[in-house]
Design a protein around this ligand. Structure first.
Ligand code: UD1
Length: 421
C-alpha cells in the first residue's frame, strides 16, 4: 500500500489541468449498453473507478478499448453476452448499479448485485428500483441480487423521486430512452453530470427535454445509435484544486475550470477571502491578504454546495479566523475526516450531521489515515499548509478519483511525494 507525504510549504503558483468528470464518466460508460453501435468518450479521466467499470462492462460482453493514454474510451456493446453484474465487481464500486437501467431497457432482463453500504453511509438503492418499477419492470430481491425483468420491454411512466438522487435519476433516464412512450421524471437531480449524460444520449438519438431542471421528460425511441461525446469537466477535482492556493497563498490557474459548475462553492470562497476570476483558459484563484474568514456551509443537491467538497472545505476552515458551522445534509456519516484533522491540531466538534470548526492559527503535520476519496484529499490539502510533515495512508482511495495528484500539485510548487509503505 502506498502513502503520500506532504510537507507544509509556502505559496503555490502555476497551472493545474482539470480532468473529465469521474462521476459523469461512470454514468456515460453504462450508456454504451443501450446501443449496438459504438460509443466513444473523449476527455475521460484515468482512474481506478473507470478501470473497475470497464471490467464490469466487459463481463457483460461489451468491448472497452482505452486509447490516447486512457483519455479516450472506445466502447461497443454490439454483442452482449451476459446480463449478470457480479458481486465481486459491484462491491468495489457503488456506481456499478448504473448498469441496471440500461441492461434492462436493452435486453429486458438484468441481474445486478446490490452494492451494500459504504464508509459514508447506508446508501440504499430503493429510489433506483422504484423508478424502474414505475416503467413496468418486475423486480425481485434474491441472494443479494436484484433480479429485474421487463417482458415486452419497459413502458413510459411517471416517476416521482422522494429525493433528487443523482444515481437514481441517471438510471431512470437511461432506461427511459428505450421505454415505449413518454416518461416523466419528477424531482429529478439537476447535477451537471445529468446534463452531460442527457447530451450524450441525445447524440445517440434519444429524445430528452428538461435535463438540468427538476422535471425531465423522455420520449422513448425504438433504438439508439452510436456517438462520440466529450466528458464534462470534473467540478469536484476543480473545486479541490481551487482550494490549494486558498490553503497556501499564491495564484493558481485551473485549466478548463468553469464557475457555472460550482457557483455555490465560489460564493463561499469569496466570503472566506479567496478571489476567483475567469481567465482565457479556465479560472484563476488567489488568496486575498490575511487569514481565511470563517463561513457556514450546508451541503445540498446541485446547485447547492456539493457534499463532495465538504471535507476539503472543512480542512480549509480549520485555520480560519472564527467559528464555522458545516451541515451535511446528503450523507449521514460523512465527517470521518474530522478526527484525522484533529490529529493535526484542528478544533472540531461533531454532533450528528453538524460539525463546528473553531479556527486555529496553524495545523501541525501528523500521520493520518484516509477513510474515503474526498476525505483523503482533504488531508493532503491540510498537510500542504501545516507545519512539518503529514503522511496520508490508504492512498488507494485517492486513486479512485484523482488522477496524477502528486504531479498536479508538485507542478504548482507543492512538496508532495508518493512512497511505498
Ligand atoms: C453521486 C456521486 C457522489 C455524490 C452524490 C451526491 C456518482 C458516481 N457519485 O452518488 O460522488 O456524493 O451523488 O452528490 O455520481 N439514496 C437513497 N436511496 C436511493 C439512492 C440514494 O436513500 O435509491 C440516498 C443516499 O443514501 C444519499 C442521498 O440519497 O443519502 C444522495 O444519494 P445520491 O444522490 O443517489 O448519490 P449517488 O448517486 O450514490
Amino acid at each position: 500500500m502506498d502513502s503520500i507525504i506532504v510537507t507544509g510549504n509556502g505559496e503555490l503558483n502555476g497551472q493545474i489541468p482539470i480532468a473529465g468528470a469521474k462521476n459523469a464518466c461512470l454514468t456515460l460508460m453504462p450508456a454504451t449498453l443501450l446501443s449496438e453501435e459504438p460509443l466513444t468518450l473523449t476527455n475521460a479521466p484515468r482512474l481506478s473507478d473507470i478501470a473497475t467499470l470497464s471490467a464490469l462492462l466487459e463481463s457483460l460482453g461489451a468491448e472497452v478499448t482505452s486509447l490516447a493514454d486512457g483519455k479516450v474510451l472506445a466502447m461497443s456493446s454490439h454483442n452482449l453476452t451476459s446480463h449478470l453484474a457480479h458481486y465481486d465487481i459491484v462491491r468495489k464500486m457503488r456506481a456499478s448499479i448504473l448498469v441496471l437501467g440500461p441492461l434492462l431497457a436493452r435486453t429486458g432482463q438484468a441481474v445486478v448485485s446490490l452494492p451494500g453500504g459504504c464508509a459514508i453511509g447506508a446508501r440504499p438503492v430503493d429510489l433506483h428500483l422504484k423508478a424502474l418499477e414505475a416503467m413496468g419492470a418486475e423486480l425481485e430481491l434474491k441472494d443479494g441480487y436484484v433480479h429485474a425483468q421487463a417482458k415486452g420491454g419497459l413502458k413510459g411512466g411517471i416517476v416521482d423521486f422522494a429525493f433528487a438522487s443523482v444515481g437514481a435519476t441517471e438510471n431512470a433516464l437511461m432506461a427511459a430512452t428505450l421505454a415505449k412512450g413518454t416518461t416523466v421524471l419528477n424531482n429529478a437531480a439537476r447535477e451537471p453530470e445529468i446534463v452531460d449524460l442527457a447530451d450524450c444520449l441525445r447524440a445517440m438519438g434519444a429524445q430528452i427535454d428538461g435535463d438540468g431542471t427538476s422535471t425531465i421528460t423522455v420520449q422513448g425511441v425504438d433504438r439508439l445509435g452510436g456517438a462520440t461525446h466529450q466528458v464534462v469537466t470534473d467540478r469536484i477535482e476543480l473545486g479541490t484544486y481551487m482550494l490549494a492556493p486558498a490553503f497556501c497563498g499564491g495564484e493558481v490557474e485551473l485549466l478548463g475550470g468553469r464557475i457555472d459548475l460550482l457557483a455555490a462553492f465560489c460564493e463561499k470562497l469569496d466570503a472566506a477571502g479567496i478571489s476567483v476570476s475567469e481567465s482565457d483558459n479556465g479560472l484563476k484563484v488567489a488568496r486575498k491578504n490575511g487569514r481565511i474568514h470563517a463561513v457556514d456551509v450546508t451541503t445540498e443537491p446541485f446547485p447547492g454546495f456539493p457534499t463532495d467538497l465538504q471535507a476539503q472545505m472543512m480542512a480549509l476552515l480549520c485555520t480560519a479566523e472564527g467559528t464555522s458551522v458545516l451541515e451535511e445534509k446528503i450523507f449521514e456519516n460523512r465527517f470521518m475526516h474530522a478526527p484525522e484533522l484533529m490529529r493535526m491540531g484542528a478544533q472540531i466538534d461533531v454532533s450528528g450531521g453538524t460539525a463546528t470548526v473553531t479556527g486555529v492559527e496553524k495545523l501541525r503535520g501528523a500521520p493520518v489515515m484516509a477513510t474515503d476519496l474526498r476525505a483523503s484529499v482533504s488531508l493532503i490539502l491540510a498537510g500542504l499548509a501545516a507545519e512539518g510533515e503529514t503522511r496520508v495512508g490508504r492512498v488507494y482511495h485517492l486513486d479512485r478519483g484523482y488522477e496524477q495528484v502528486v504531479r498536479k500539485l508538485s507542478g504548482v510548487g507543492a512538496h508532495i511525494e508518493r512512497v511505498k509503505d
